[in-house]
Structure formats: C-alpha cells, structure tokens
Ligand binder design. Structure first.
Ligand SMILES: [Zn+2]
Length: 87
C-alpha cells in the first residue's frame, strides 16, 4: 500500500512538473513570438522612410499613401498634388 502511494505521489509530481514546464515554455514562446513581429515592423519602419511628393515631409512608408509610384503623407496631400498637377 505504501509503495502504491509512493508511485501515485511520483506520478503526481511528474504531472505537476510537466504542467509547470509546459506553461513556462508556452509563456516564453508566446513572449518571443509577441516580440518578434514588433521588432521586425520597427526595423521595417526605420528602413522605409519616404518623402511626401507634395510637402517633402519624411514619414514611414506604411503610414503614407502610394499612388502611381508617388508617395504622399496624407490623402489631403494626394488630392492637393493631383489638383495642382491637373491645372
Ligand atoms: Zn505631405
């Protein structure tokens, strides 16, 4: 009977240990996965600074608008540029 309890105790400890490790590792992997896209998007932003074709302001490419190969900081400047060009 004592041996059975010992075996059950060992299984319980292994199970608790397994669950603890599994939670720790999944939390770590999740933390790493959460960090990676942020870092790559930050590098992406730093690498792709473009000048607005209208006001020449330099802003990250993914925050502006690209139209017909030209880059604009806002839709307002896209419209202003097209109006100016049309005249
Ligand atoms: Zn602009």
């Amino acid at each position: 009977m004592g041996r059975l309890l010992l075996i059950i105790g060992i299984f319980f400890l292994v199970w608790v240990g397994y669950r603890f490790l599994k939670n720790t590792w999944s939390a770590r992997i999740k933390a790493i996965e959460d960090q990676e896209p942020k870092t790559s998007s930050q590098q992406h932003k730093i690498q792709n600074i473009k000048a607005c074709a209208y006001c020449k302001t330099h802003i990250p490419e993914d925050e502006g608008i690209t139209r017909d190969g030209l880059f604009f900081c806002s839709y307002q400047h896209l419209d202003s540029y097209l109006e100016h060009k049309a005249k």
